[in-house]
Design a protein around this ligand. Structure first.
Ligand SMILES: [Zn+2]
Length: 421
Protein backbone atom coordinates (compact mmCIF):
# COMPACT_ATOMS: atom_id res chain seq x y z
CA UNK A 1 0.00 0.00 0.00
CA UNK A 2 1.25 3.47 -0.88
CA UNK A 3 -0.08 6.81 0.26
CA UNK A 4 0.21 10.00 -1.73
CA UNK A 5 -0.54 13.33 -0.05
CA UNK A 6 -0.66 16.85 -1.40
CA UNK A 7 1.23 18.90 1.20
CA UNK A 8 1.55 22.19 -0.71
CA UNK A 9 0.34 25.32 1.11
CA UNK A 10 -1.04 27.12 -1.92
CA UNK A 11 -4.85 26.84 -1.72
CA UNK A 12 -5.29 27.34 -5.46
CA UNK A 13 -2.82 24.57 -6.33
CA UNK A 14 -4.44 22.29 -3.78
CA UNK A 15 -7.86 22.86 -5.36
CA UNK A 16 -6.40 22.06 -8.80
CA UNK A 17 -4.81 18.89 -7.50
CA UNK A 18 -8.02 17.64 -5.84
CA UNK A 19 -9.97 18.43 -9.01
CA UNK A 20 -7.51 16.48 -11.14
CA UNK A 21 -7.63 13.55 -8.74
CA UNK A 22 -11.42 13.46 -9.01
CA UNK A 23 -11.12 13.64 -12.77
CA UNK A 24 -8.66 10.69 -12.77
CA UNK A 25 -11.12 8.67 -10.69
CA UNK A 26 -13.63 9.03 -13.50
CA UNK A 27 -11.27 7.90 -16.26
CA UNK A 28 -11.61 4.51 -17.85
CA UNK A 29 -8.30 2.85 -16.94
CA UNK A 30 -9.38 -0.80 -16.97
CA UNK A 31 -6.77 -3.13 -18.36
CA UNK A 32 -3.92 -0.67 -17.82
CA UNK A 33 -1.28 -1.34 -15.22
CA UNK A 34 -1.73 1.83 -13.25
CA UNK A 35 -2.20 1.69 -9.48
CA UNK A 36 -5.53 3.42 -8.90
CA UNK A 37 -6.73 5.24 -5.78
CA UNK A 38 -8.57 2.85 -3.48
CA UNK A 39 -9.51 5.40 -0.82
CA UNK A 40 -9.40 9.16 -0.60
CA UNK A 41 -7.93 11.07 2.32
CA UNK A 42 -9.20 14.52 3.29
CA UNK A 43 -7.31 15.50 6.45
CA UNK A 44 -4.81 16.72 7.46
CA UNK A 45 -3.84 16.88 3.79
CA UNK A 46 -5.78 15.80 0.72
CA UNK A 47 -4.48 12.53 -0.69
CA UNK A 48 -5.24 8.98 -1.60
CA UNK A 49 -4.27 5.41 -0.89
CA UNK A 50 -2.95 3.22 -3.72
CA UNK A 51 -3.05 -0.50 -3.59
CA UNK A 52 -0.05 -2.25 -5.09
CA UNK A 53 0.59 -5.95 -5.46
CA UNK A 54 3.09 -7.50 -3.09
CA UNK A 55 6.64 -8.06 -4.24
CA UNK A 56 7.18 -4.84 -6.18
CA UNK A 57 9.92 -2.25 -5.81
CA UNK A 58 10.57 1.05 -7.53
CA UNK A 59 12.54 0.87 -10.74
CA UNK A 60 14.79 3.49 -9.19
CA UNK A 61 15.88 1.02 -6.50
CA UNK A 62 16.58 -1.65 -9.10
CA UNK A 63 18.55 0.76 -11.32
CA UNK A 64 20.55 2.12 -8.40
CA UNK A 65 21.71 -1.31 -7.25
CA UNK A 66 22.81 -2.19 -10.77
CA UNK A 67 24.61 1.11 -11.31
CA UNK A 68 26.37 1.03 -7.95
CA UNK A 69 27.84 -2.37 -8.83
CA UNK A 70 29.13 -0.99 -12.13
CA UNK A 71 30.74 2.01 -10.40
CA UNK A 72 32.26 -0.13 -7.63
CA UNK A 73 34.15 -2.14 -10.17
CA UNK A 74 32.12 -5.32 -9.82
CA UNK A 75 31.26 -4.96 -13.48
CA UNK A 76 28.02 -6.37 -14.75
CA UNK A 77 27.13 -8.31 -11.61
CA UNK A 78 24.46 -5.74 -10.72
CA UNK A 79 23.16 -5.72 -14.29
CA UNK A 80 22.78 -9.49 -14.13
CA UNK A 81 21.38 -9.52 -10.58
CA UNK A 82 18.55 -7.29 -11.82
CA UNK A 83 17.75 -9.65 -14.67
CA UNK A 84 20.26 -8.74 -17.37
CA UNK A 85 19.34 -7.63 -20.87
CA UNK A 86 16.51 -10.13 -21.39
CA UNK A 87 14.51 -8.86 -18.42
CA UNK A 88 15.24 -5.21 -19.15
CA UNK A 89 13.70 -5.59 -22.59
CA UNK A 90 10.66 -7.32 -21.09
CA UNK A 91 10.15 -4.63 -18.43
CA UNK A 92 10.52 -1.83 -20.98
CA UNK A 93 8.09 -3.59 -23.32
CA UNK A 94 5.51 -3.80 -20.52
CA UNK A 95 5.98 -0.13 -19.63
CA UNK A 96 5.75 0.97 -23.27
CA UNK A 97 2.57 -1.07 -23.70
CA UNK A 98 0.92 0.60 -20.69
CA UNK A 99 1.90 4.07 -21.89
CA UNK A 100 0.75 3.28 -25.44
CA UNK A 101 -2.61 2.19 -23.95
CA UNK A 102 -2.90 5.49 -22.06
CA UNK A 103 -2.06 7.49 -25.17
CA UNK A 104 -4.60 5.52 -27.21
CA UNK A 105 -7.24 6.72 -24.73
CA UNK A 106 -6.19 10.32 -25.20
CA UNK A 107 -4.35 10.48 -21.88
CA UNK A 108 -0.74 11.22 -21.01
CA UNK A 109 1.16 10.26 -17.88
CA UNK A 110 3.13 13.47 -17.48
CA UNK A 111 5.97 12.83 -15.03
CA UNK A 112 7.53 9.55 -16.05
CA UNK A 113 10.66 8.63 -14.08
CA UNK A 114 12.07 5.46 -12.47
CA UNK A 115 10.58 6.62 -9.15
CA UNK A 116 7.04 6.34 -10.56
CA UNK A 117 7.50 2.89 -12.08
CA UNK A 118 7.22 -0.18 -9.87
CA UNK A 119 8.57 -3.55 -11.01
CA UNK A 120 8.71 -7.09 -9.62
CA UNK A 121 11.47 -7.53 -7.06
CA UNK A 122 12.01 -11.09 -8.17
CA UNK A 123 13.83 -11.29 -11.49
CA UNK A 124 11.67 -14.30 -12.37
CA UNK A 125 8.78 -11.88 -12.88
CA UNK A 126 8.26 -8.88 -15.12
CA UNK A 127 5.31 -7.00 -13.62
CA UNK A 128 5.37 -3.27 -14.27
CA UNK A 129 3.00 -0.77 -12.64
CA UNK A 130 2.79 3.00 -12.81
CA UNK A 131 2.00 4.73 -9.53
CA UNK A 132 0.92 8.32 -8.79
CA UNK A 133 -2.02 8.40 -11.16
CA UNK A 134 -2.65 12.01 -10.13
CA UNK A 135 0.01 12.76 -12.76
CA UNK A 136 -2.39 11.78 -15.54
CA UNK A 137 -3.74 14.44 -17.85
CA UNK A 138 -5.89 14.62 -20.94
CA UNK A 139 -4.44 17.38 -23.03
CA UNK A 140 -1.31 19.35 -22.41
CA UNK A 141 -0.98 20.20 -18.75
CA UNK A 142 0.45 23.63 -18.12
CA UNK A 143 1.19 25.46 -14.92
CA UNK A 144 1.60 23.77 -11.54
CA UNK A 145 5.27 24.67 -11.71
CA UNK A 146 5.93 22.55 -14.82
CA UNK A 147 6.22 19.36 -12.84
CA UNK A 148 8.91 17.06 -14.16
CA UNK A 149 11.74 14.98 -12.80
CA UNK A 150 15.23 16.34 -13.59
CA UNK A 151 16.97 14.16 -16.21
CA UNK A 152 13.66 12.84 -17.62
CA UNK A 153 11.88 16.05 -18.60
CA UNK A 154 11.65 16.79 -22.34
CA UNK A 155 13.84 19.79 -23.34
CA UNK A 156 10.84 22.04 -24.07
CA UNK A 157 9.44 21.26 -20.59
CA UNK A 158 12.82 21.88 -18.92
CA UNK A 159 13.02 25.25 -20.74
CA UNK A 160 9.58 26.06 -19.34
CA UNK A 161 8.07 26.56 -22.79
CA UNK A 162 5.53 23.75 -22.82
CA UNK A 163 3.53 21.57 -20.49
CA UNK A 164 3.54 17.79 -20.47
CA UNK A 165 1.70 15.63 -23.03
CA UNK A 166 2.08 12.30 -24.87
CA UNK A 167 5.12 13.62 -26.79
CA UNK A 168 6.92 14.55 -23.59
CA UNK A 169 6.03 11.06 -22.29
CA UNK A 170 7.75 9.69 -25.42
CA UNK A 171 10.90 11.63 -24.53
CA UNK A 172 10.88 10.55 -20.88
CA UNK A 173 10.35 6.92 -21.85
CA UNK A 174 13.29 7.01 -24.28
CA UNK A 175 15.57 8.47 -21.58
CA UNK A 176 14.46 5.80 -19.14
CA UNK A 177 14.97 3.03 -21.72
CA UNK A 178 18.43 4.33 -22.62
CA UNK A 179 19.35 4.50 -18.96
CA UNK A 180 18.09 1.02 -18.17
CA UNK A 181 19.92 -0.53 -21.11
CA UNK A 182 23.22 1.36 -21.03
CA UNK A 183 23.35 2.99 -17.56
CA UNK A 184 24.26 6.23 -19.27
CA UNK A 185 22.18 9.34 -19.99
CA UNK A 186 21.47 10.25 -23.64
CA UNK A 187 22.44 13.90 -23.16
CA UNK A 188 25.33 13.52 -20.74
CA UNK A 189 28.46 12.76 -22.72
CA UNK A 190 32.00 14.12 -22.69
CA UNK A 191 30.89 17.75 -22.98
CA UNK A 192 28.93 17.40 -19.72
CA UNK A 193 30.72 14.86 -17.58
CA UNK A 194 34.19 16.37 -18.16
CA UNK A 195 32.98 19.96 -17.71
CA UNK A 196 31.63 22.44 -15.19
CA UNK A 197 28.31 21.48 -13.52
CA UNK A 198 26.35 24.15 -15.44
CA UNK A 199 26.96 22.25 -18.69
CA UNK A 200 24.49 19.66 -17.45
CA UNK A 201 21.72 22.27 -17.38
CA UNK A 202 22.55 23.21 -20.99
CA UNK A 203 22.39 19.58 -22.02
CA UNK A 204 19.03 18.95 -20.34
CA UNK A 205 17.63 22.07 -22.03
CA UNK A 206 18.47 20.44 -25.35
CA UNK A 207 21.41 22.67 -26.27
CA UNK A 208 23.97 19.90 -26.86
CA UNK A 209 23.93 16.95 -29.29
CA UNK A 210 22.96 13.58 -27.92
CA UNK A 211 25.74 11.16 -27.03
CA UNK A 212 25.40 9.04 -30.20
CA UNK A 213 24.83 11.86 -32.69
CA UNK A 214 25.93 10.48 -36.08
CA UNK A 215 27.99 13.55 -37.09
CA UNK A 216 28.56 15.77 -34.08
CA UNK A 217 30.83 13.95 -31.62
CA UNK A 218 31.41 16.93 -29.30
CA UNK A 219 29.28 15.30 -26.58
CA UNK A 220 29.95 11.65 -27.31
CA UNK A 221 29.21 8.90 -24.81
CA UNK A 222 31.88 8.27 -22.21
CA UNK A 223 30.12 6.09 -19.64
CA UNK A 224 27.87 3.07 -19.54
CA UNK A 225 27.61 0.08 -21.84
CA UNK A 226 28.04 0.48 -25.62
CA UNK A 227 24.63 1.03 -27.21
CA UNK A 228 25.14 -1.58 -29.96
CA UNK A 229 25.70 -4.22 -27.31
CA UNK A 230 22.32 -3.66 -25.65
CA UNK A 231 20.10 -2.33 -28.45
CA UNK A 232 19.14 -3.85 -31.80
CA UNK A 233 19.57 -1.67 -34.92
CA UNK A 234 15.81 -1.06 -34.78
CA UNK A 235 16.01 0.18 -31.18
CA UNK A 236 19.10 2.27 -32.01
CA UNK A 237 17.11 3.95 -34.80
CA UNK A 238 14.31 4.83 -32.36
CA UNK A 239 16.83 6.38 -29.95
CA UNK A 240 18.35 8.37 -32.83
CA UNK A 241 14.91 9.65 -33.95
CA UNK A 242 13.96 10.65 -30.42
CA UNK A 243 17.19 12.31 -29.30
CA UNK A 244 18.39 13.83 -32.58
CA UNK A 245 15.44 15.12 -34.65
CA UNK A 246 13.08 14.71 -31.68
CA UNK A 247 15.18 16.90 -29.41
CA UNK A 248 13.86 20.08 -31.05
CA UNK A 249 10.82 18.66 -32.81
CA UNK A 250 8.55 16.68 -30.44
CA UNK A 251 6.57 15.28 -33.39
CA UNK A 252 9.69 13.43 -34.61
CA UNK A 253 9.75 11.28 -31.46
CA UNK A 254 8.73 7.64 -31.96
CA UNK A 255 5.38 6.72 -30.40
CA UNK A 256 5.13 4.38 -27.44
CA UNK A 257 3.46 1.82 -29.73
CA UNK A 258 6.57 1.87 -31.96
CA UNK A 259 8.75 1.32 -28.90
CA UNK A 260 6.58 -1.57 -27.71
CA UNK A 261 6.86 -3.28 -31.11
CA UNK A 262 10.63 -2.83 -31.36
CA UNK A 263 11.13 -4.08 -27.79
CA UNK A 264 9.02 -7.16 -28.49
CA UNK A 265 11.13 -7.88 -31.59
CA UNK A 266 14.37 -7.33 -29.67
CA UNK A 267 13.26 -9.60 -26.84
CA UNK A 268 12.64 -12.43 -29.31
CA UNK A 269 16.34 -12.35 -30.30
CA UNK A 270 17.70 -13.05 -26.83
CA UNK A 271 20.05 -15.97 -26.25
CA UNK A 272 21.52 -17.03 -22.92
CA UNK A 273 25.24 -17.39 -22.46
CA UNK A 274 26.05 -20.96 -21.45
CA UNK A 275 29.36 -20.16 -19.77
CA UNK A 276 28.97 -21.10 -16.10
CA UNK A 277 30.32 -17.83 -14.69
CA UNK A 278 28.70 -15.41 -17.15
CA UNK A 279 24.88 -15.79 -17.11
CA UNK A 280 24.43 -12.90 -19.54
CA UNK A 281 21.72 -12.78 -22.13
CA UNK A 282 22.62 -11.33 -25.52
CA UNK A 283 21.27 -10.75 -29.03
CA UNK A 284 21.41 -13.53 -31.58
CA UNK A 285 24.45 -13.34 -33.85
CA UNK A 286 25.64 -15.82 -36.45
CA UNK A 287 28.56 -16.96 -34.32
CA UNK A 288 26.29 -17.29 -31.25
CA UNK A 289 29.12 -15.63 -29.34
CA UNK A 290 28.39 -13.88 -26.05
CA UNK A 291 29.78 -10.32 -26.37
CA UNK A 292 30.17 -10.05 -22.59
CA UNK A 293 32.59 -12.96 -22.20
CA UNK A 294 33.32 -14.13 -25.80
CA UNK A 295 32.12 -17.63 -24.97
CA UNK A 296 30.32 -19.36 -27.84
CA UNK A 297 26.91 -20.56 -26.71
CA UNK A 298 26.19 -24.27 -26.74
CA UNK A 299 25.61 -25.86 -30.10
CA UNK A 300 22.23 -26.78 -31.41
CA UNK A 301 20.62 -23.36 -31.57
CA UNK A 302 18.64 -22.31 -34.54
CA UNK A 303 17.12 -19.10 -35.69
CA UNK A 304 13.53 -19.21 -36.83
CA UNK A 305 12.61 -16.70 -39.50
CA UNK A 306 9.12 -15.28 -39.33
CA UNK A 307 7.36 -15.36 -42.65
CA UNK A 308 3.78 -14.68 -43.33
CA UNK A 309 1.21 -16.18 -45.58
CA UNK A 310 -2.55 -16.12 -45.78
CA UNK A 311 -2.55 -18.36 -48.84
CA UNK A 312 -1.40 -21.95 -49.21
CA UNK A 313 2.06 -22.93 -47.99
CA UNK A 314 3.21 -23.59 -51.57
CA UNK A 315 2.88 -19.90 -52.41
CA UNK A 316 5.89 -17.67 -51.91
CA UNK A 317 6.00 -16.29 -48.38
CA UNK A 318 6.61 -12.72 -47.44
CA UNK A 319 9.53 -12.13 -45.12
CA UNK A 320 8.44 -9.81 -42.32
CA UNK A 321 12.03 -9.31 -41.15
CA UNK A 322 11.13 -10.61 -37.70
CA UNK A 323 13.28 -13.26 -36.13
CA UNK A 324 13.07 -15.53 -33.13
CA UNK A 325 16.07 -17.06 -31.42
CA UNK A 326 15.68 -20.51 -29.93
CA UNK A 327 18.02 -21.16 -27.05
CA UNK A 328 18.74 -24.68 -25.90
CA UNK A 329 16.25 -25.95 -23.34
CA UNK A 330 14.24 -22.74 -23.27
CA UNK A 331 10.73 -23.45 -24.59
CA UNK A 332 9.20 -20.75 -26.78
CA UNK A 333 5.50 -20.27 -27.46
CA UNK A 334 4.44 -19.47 -30.99
CA UNK A 335 1.39 -17.23 -31.21
CA UNK A 336 -0.84 -16.24 -34.09
CA UNK A 337 0.88 -12.89 -34.75
CA UNK A 338 4.16 -11.52 -36.08
CA UNK A 339 6.63 -11.51 -33.22
CA UNK A 340 7.77 -7.92 -33.72
CA UNK A 341 4.46 -6.52 -32.60
CA UNK A 342 3.36 -5.66 -29.09
CA UNK A 343 0.55 -7.86 -27.87
CA UNK A 344 2.26 -10.85 -29.50
CA UNK A 345 2.01 -12.95 -26.35
CA UNK A 346 -1.72 -12.18 -26.01
CA UNK A 347 -2.49 -13.53 -29.51
CA UNK A 348 -3.92 -17.11 -29.63
CA UNK A 349 -1.33 -19.75 -28.72
CA UNK A 350 -0.70 -22.31 -31.46
CA UNK A 351 2.24 -24.37 -30.31
CA UNK A 352 5.29 -24.67 -28.12
CA UNK A 353 8.72 -25.36 -29.55
CA UNK A 354 11.71 -26.51 -27.57
CA UNK A 355 15.20 -27.28 -28.72
CA UNK A 356 17.56 -29.70 -27.04
CA UNK A 357 20.44 -31.92 -28.12
CA UNK A 358 18.01 -34.53 -29.47
CA UNK A 359 16.29 -32.11 -31.79
CA UNK A 360 13.36 -29.80 -32.12
CA UNK A 361 10.26 -30.70 -30.11
CA UNK A 362 6.95 -29.47 -31.47
CA UNK A 363 3.79 -29.52 -29.39
CA UNK A 364 0.46 -28.15 -30.68
CA UNK A 365 -1.44 -26.21 -28.01
CA UNK A 366 -5.14 -25.68 -27.49
CA UNK A 367 -7.08 -25.31 -30.71
CA UNK A 368 -3.96 -24.40 -32.64
CA UNK A 369 -3.32 -26.19 -35.93
CA UNK A 370 0.27 -26.89 -36.87
CA UNK A 371 1.65 -28.00 -40.22
CA UNK A 372 5.26 -28.85 -40.98
CA UNK A 373 6.34 -27.78 -44.45
CA UNK A 374 9.42 -29.20 -46.21
CA UNK A 375 10.80 -26.30 -48.21
CA UNK A 376 12.56 -28.31 -50.97
CA UNK A 377 9.38 -29.88 -52.31
CA UNK A 378 6.59 -28.06 -50.45
CA UNK A 379 5.38 -31.29 -48.87
CA UNK A 380 3.22 -30.75 -45.79
CA UNK A 381 2.77 -32.87 -42.68
CA UNK A 382 0.01 -32.01 -40.22
CA UNK A 383 1.20 -32.22 -36.60
CA UNK A 384 -1.55 -33.16 -34.17
CA UNK A 385 0.57 -34.84 -31.47
CA UNK A 386 3.83 -33.71 -29.82
CA UNK A 387 6.69 -34.65 -32.16
CA UNK A 388 10.45 -34.42 -32.28
CA UNK A 389 12.43 -33.57 -35.38
CA UNK A 390 15.77 -35.29 -34.83
CA UNK A 391 18.62 -32.79 -35.17
CA UNK A 392 21.23 -35.26 -36.45
CA UNK A 393 19.44 -36.42 -39.57
CA UNK A 394 18.22 -33.04 -40.67
CA UNK A 395 21.33 -31.10 -39.88
CA UNK A 396 23.48 -33.27 -42.13
CA UNK A 397 21.25 -32.35 -44.99
CA UNK A 398 21.17 -28.67 -44.10
CA UNK A 399 17.46 -29.05 -44.57
CA UNK A 400 15.12 -26.09 -44.50
CA UNK A 401 11.62 -26.45 -43.21
CA UNK A 402 8.86 -24.31 -41.88
CA UNK A 403 5.94 -24.35 -39.53
CA UNK A 404 2.62 -23.05 -40.72
CA UNK A 405 0.41 -21.86 -37.87
CA UNK A 406 -3.36 -21.64 -37.90
CA UNK A 407 -6.12 -21.16 -35.37
CA UNK A 408 -9.92 -21.25 -35.78
CA UNK A 409 -10.23 -17.96 -33.86
CA UNK A 410 -8.50 -16.08 -36.72
CA UNK A 411 -8.84 -18.20 -39.88
CA UNK A 412 -7.26 -15.54 -42.12
CA UNK A 413 -4.02 -15.29 -40.14
CA UNK A 414 -1.45 -17.89 -41.14
CA UNK A 415 2.02 -17.09 -39.77
CA UNK A 416 4.86 -19.14 -41.17
CA UNK A 417 8.13 -19.81 -39.34
CA UNK A 418 11.02 -20.92 -41.47
CA UNK A 419 14.10 -22.54 -40.03
CA UNK A 420 17.32 -24.03 -41.34
CA UNK A 421 19.25 -26.59 -39.38
ZN1 LIG B 1 28.88 -14.83 -21.62
Amino acid sequence: MLIKLFTGRDAEQRRHWVNRLNWVLNQELDGLRIARPRALIERPYPGYVMELMDGLESLQASLDSSRVALQNGTGLSGYLATGGLRRRLALLRELATTLAGLHARGLAYGDLSPANVFVSKSIEHCQVWLIDCDNLCATERLGHGHLYTPDYGAPEVVRGERGVNSLTDAWSFAVLAFEMLTHGHPLKGEAVLDAEPEEEAHALRGELPWVHHPDDTSNQACEGLPLELVATPRLQALFEDCFNAGRDNPLARPSLAAWADALEAAWALMLDCTAADCRSSFYWNEARQCPFCDHVAADGLLLAHAWYSDASPEEPHLDTGDRLALALERPVELHLAPVGMHGYSEAPLVCEVRLDKAGLHLAPKGEGELTLVRIEDGKTFPITQPQTLPAKVDRRRGAAAGLLLAHPAEPRLRPFWRFTW
